[in-house]
Design a protein around this ligand. Structure first.
Ligand SMILES: C[S@@+](CC[C@H](N)C(=O)[O-])C[C@H]1O[C@@H](n2cnc3c(N)ncnc32)[C@H](O)[C@@H]1O
Length: 381
């Protein structure tokens, strides 16, 4: 099977973890970059990553990676490429562009339009057929990323971003991206036979991500489809075989103690719907509880506490400090041997509270929580 170059997007700050996960899934070397990773592999590798990765958003076939200064540079790159092996004449296509380089003298809309025109012209010259554009629901989508005077032109093999999980039937208004939840579990050091508690679980994302790791459920495979399945150069029989093999690795019987609790009955109701949809209701227990009084209700010590407290956007600093302090005090009393992994918006405040309560910081890393900066801190007594 021929090898191609690929790149895959992930959450900024988690690139090394995503790279490691992809190396484990596909067994190939992976190189982290800002907000993305690069690798060389076959179409089968790309499919496997789409099906099994928990930290990747989208996987792209890399068509061009070059320096650009002007719109003309970009057009000439797009005109040089052959699209006839990628798009079937009856398929619709679209180009999306993101410009993260303000020095470039054109907009992302200019870039998308120019590449789109180059694709149509090229295709017509080779085949005499005019391709149709569909910006809302294209069958084939190209992606142009402009950063540091460089263009990455890729062919999307994913479709809807992989962070939109199959199980999210209930959406929490402050729901954590499952890709970040998965990375937090990795950072915590949780292993399949260990227990885990999320005492502010909202819609259940962290417990569900732990449970799908436990059962080896490949989240991308549980979706209706990925875009790769529609691309003309992809061998459908190879994909069928790969899906079959990947499904055979699912272990629905696996169970351990994974608990989610939240003070909001509405969230717990929603989390119940999500764990059912995820197929993990047999291993995730949910309860309505106040995390500021864990010491009054927790009767066992989980190996790991992994959690995502309220971001505090609408809280004043004194309230956040108070909330964090009462929470750390309460878990310190109830479960002093648990390792704590948490994502917070005010890392300095949280770190000083941890130290005050005799916790040792074992790791701390910045990431992006949507458009907000956040820090994932791990600690233990
Ligand atoms: C940022 S959200 C968590 C979102 C969750 N990770 C998800 O993906 O849906 C914070 C959660 O903390 C909960 N919360 C706030 N105060 C709490 C308390 N005292 N005890 C337990 N949960 C609390 C809120 O109800 C909310 O669901």
């Amino acid at each position: 099977m021929p090898y191609f170059e690929w790149f895959a997007t992930t959450v900024t700050g988690l690139e090394d973890l995503a790279a490691k996960e992809v190396e484990e899934i596909a067994g190939i070397p992976v190189y982290p970059d800002v907000g993305k990773i690069f690798f060389k592999g076959t179409v089968e590798h790309a499919a496997l990553i789409n099906y099994s990765s928990t930290m990747i958003n989208r996987v792209y076939l890399l068509l061009a990676r070059e320096k650009v200064e002007t719109l003309e540079d970009l057009c000439s790159i797009a005109r040089r490429l052959d699209y006839t092996w990628i798009i079937d004449p009856c398929q619709t296509f679209a180009v999306k562009a993101e410009r993260h380089d303000k020095r470039l003298p054109f907009t992302s809309i200019d870039a998308a339009g120019s590449i789109g025109r180059a694709i149509i012209e090229n295709f017509r010259t080779s085949t005499n057929i005019k391709l149709k554009v569909d910006l809302d629901n294209p069958e084939v989508e190209f992606f142009c990323l402009l950063r540091n005077s460089e263009i990455l032109l890729g062919l999307d093999t994913t479709g809807e971003s992989l962070h939109r999980r199959y199980y999210r039937v209930y959406t929490h208004r402050a729901g954590l991206q499952p890709t970040i939840a998965s990375a937090m579990i990795k950072i915590s050091g949780w292993r399949r036979n260990e227990s885990l508690l999320d005492p502010m679980c909202g819609s259940g994302t962290i417990p569900i991500e732990a449970a799908i790791k436990l059962k080896n459920i490949p989240p991308g495979l549980m979706r209706k489809e990925i875009r790769l399945e529609k691309l003309k150069f992809v061998d459908i029989n190879m994909l069928k075989e790969l899906k079959k093999k990947t499904k055979e690795c699912i272990n629905l019987e696996a169970v351990t103690d994974i608990v989610g609790s939240d003070i909001s009955p509405k969230s717990i109701e929603g989390a119940k719907r999500n764990i059912e949809a995820a197929g993990v209701a047999d291993t995730v227990e949910l309860m309505i509880r106040d995390c500021l009084h864990i010491d009054r209700w927790l009767t066992w010590e989980p190996t790991h506490i992994v959690t995502n407290p309220p971001y505090g956007v609408r809280m004043n600093v004194r309230d956040i400090v108070e909330f964090y302090r009462r929470f750390v005090e309460s878990i310190g009393k109830a479960s002093p041997n648990s390792k704590l992994t948490i994502i917070v918006s005010k890392p300095k405040i949280f770190t000083s509270i941890l130290k005050e309560k005799n916790y040792r910081i074992t790791s701390s890393r910045e990431t992006m929580y949507g458009r907000l900066r956040a820090t994932i801190i791990s600690s233990e007594k």
